[in-house]
Design a protein around this ligand. Structure first.
Ligand code: HEM
Length: 509
């Protein structure tokens, strides 16, 4: 047929010639076609959102890089509504009712490629870290084999270990009537997590950071992962590449120092268990080792080490952030300070060591903790998931399979209908007389995530926060060094603050 019309295929030289003559027009057509197809040739065209973000992730990458994705997402949700297209294949949901659709027990919405840079590898491959596992059977096994060790019952008998760390903190704070309390809370939380996990800590409070672990957690787990998680393929050329990781982080690679440390501490405890009778509270690792002894098939060495590694990497900075939020807001607001200290000192007459049972029964303290987790969630990036192959309808909009979707705690926690004047720290909203409203607020609290991937360390954290805040206010009168000061923070995977400088006055008891 071509011969009939005398059309011959152009030679390569002719094509090159055409391209070199018309490249500006061709480039413009290609860009237009790319933008058009990304923007419109997808069912996501029906999801509202800024034009720019519908064909490129650059706005979101920029927001995360400058540490302000929370502000960016909130602004978009206030403009476009409960569901917003924040990238060509990325959707942010701000509807608390959608928490149960995206994050539930059946695990249909798997962890998205965002979690790729979190993955840590050892000689056998990817570590079975519950945070990143998509394989449901393996994830269920990892949760089951540590279920008792993370339970509140197990935590409560560890209280004496927490109290011993608190005693040491107080000795140090007694000598520092003016200090950066935020820094001390971080050292404290790190010592506590080591103490409850391994039965001994590394004296972060006394020695600073003896193993250089804190910068690794802050810059790799907190910052790098949040930024590179937006463009996960890039990880293969950065810290996901063993050569680059070695050059940047040294021999241990990504998170390797924490993994090595976890293995070493577990090994030490195992040796102790075979050589001597262990007395005292049953630590996290001891519980897992005893379980392994009774039922070796239930948990292997690698899984046990992974849980210990998880505690080291996930347990301290998150809890620190929550404690900083509480102390800052309580010291900043005189009415709240008076109500809380009255409850702790006069009504309950708590004394150090404060038991979790006594402190957790205080309604105002409980409301203060809830409000702190609401106003400043310790994780700053939406917990990304992938829509299952069959697609899903969320907020009345259909999302095709493969879309990356998620909810940011910062967005649902600042919902103006549920939390009027959301930027105000107001514990009273948790004590509202309208029980249905309070129940709806509780269902919207998303700081610990929800469904099958809910935070495993929630009990440790709540026990530690509740006891420490009550103990601090039993021992000290606390004031901000500068009453007008505000905390500054960056919002990435973690949301660590700086600037919590206080005056402490030891109370006469
Ligand atoms: C205020 C303190 C804490 C907050 C706000 C917090 C927050 C979170 C969040 C948001 C997730 C889930 C992320 C997702 O859905 O993708 C998570 C998972 C996890 N957290 Fe926490 N966390 C805290 C303390 C702790 C502590 C103290 C530990 C350990 C001792 C811990 C261990 C874990 C583990 C192992 C997971 C993975 C669970 C899974 O995916 O099955 N966290 N945490």
């Amino acid at each position: 047929m071509l011969a009939d019309f005398n059309i011959t295929a152009p030679s390569l030289a002719e094509v090159m010639d055409f391209v070199s003559q018309h490249w500006p027009a061709l480039t413009a057509v290609a860009i237009f076609a790319y933008i058009f197809s990304r923007r419109y040739l997808t069912p996501l065209r029906k999801i509202p959102g800024p034009f720019f973000a519908s064909w490129t992730r650059l706005p979101r990458i920029f927001a995360v890089t400058i540490g302000k994705p929370h502000e960016w997402e909130l602004k978009l949700h206030r403009k476009y509504g409960r569901i917003v297209r924040t990238g060509p294949d990325l959707v942010s949901v701000g509807d608390p009712a959608a928490i149960n659709i995206i994050y539930n027990a059946n695990d249909k919405f798997k962890k998205s490629p965002f979690y790729g840079p979190f993955m840590v590898y050892d000689e056998e491959g990817m570590l079975p870290d519950p945070l990143v596992i998509s394989d449901k059977a393996l994830h269920t096994r990892m949760k089951k084999n540590a279920y008792t060790a993370y339970s509140m019952g197990a935590m409560l008998q560890l209280e004496p270990l927490v109290d011993a760390v608190t005693d040491r903190l107080f000795v140090l704070l007694d000598k520092r009537p003016m200090c950066d309390l935020g820094k001390w809370l971080r050292y404290y939380a790190t010592d506590v997590i080591f103490a409850v996990t391994f039965g001994e800590d590394l004296n972060f409070m006394e020695k600073g950071d003896p193993i250089g672990m804190m910068p690794m957690l802050e810059y790799v787990v907190g910052d790098y992962v949040a930024i590179v998680g937006q463009i996960p393929w890039l990880h293969n050329f950065l810290l996901g590449n063993s050569l680059v990781a070695k050059l940047v982080l040294g021999d241990n690679g990504l998170d390797g120092a924490a993994l090595d440390l976890a293995r070493k501490q577990v090994g030490k405890f195992r040796a102790k268990m075979t050589s001597e009778d262990i007395t005292g509270p049953v630590t996290f690792v001891q519980r897992l080792l005893e379980q392994q002894r009774k039922d070796p098939a239930s948990i292997n060495d690698r899984e046990l080490n992974t849980h210990a590694f998880g505690n080291i990497t996930a347990g301290a900075d998150t809890t620190t952030i929550a404690m900083r939020t509480i102390m800052f807001n309580v010291a900043k607001n005189q009415a709240i300070y008076r109500a809380l200290t009255h409850e702790i000192r006069e009504t309950a007459k708590l004394a150090h060591p404060v038991s979790y049972a006594a402190a957790s029964a205080l309604p105002y303290l409980d409301a203060v903790i809830k409000e702190a987790l609401r106003i400043h969630p310790p994780n700053g990036i939406m917990y990304c998931r992938t829509v299952p192959a069959e697609g899903a309808t969320i907020c009345g909009k259909f999302l095709p399979g493969g879309t990356e979707v998620g909810i940011s705690p910062w967005v649902v926690h600042y919902d103006e209908e549920l939390f009027p004047e959301p930027e105000k720290f107001r514990p009273e909203r948790w004590l509202d007389e309208d029980a249905d409203l309070v129940a709806a607020r509780k269902r919207s609290i998303f700081a610990f995530s929800a469904g099958s991937h809910t935070c495993l360390g929630k009990n440790i954290s709540l026990m530690e926060i509740t006891k420490l805040i009550a103990s601090l206010l039993v021992r000290y009168d606390v004031e901000l060094e500068d009453p007008k000061a505000e905390l500054s923070f960056k919002c990435r995977w973690f949301t660590p603050q700086t600037g919590l400088r206080v005056k402490l006055r030891k109370r006469v008891l």
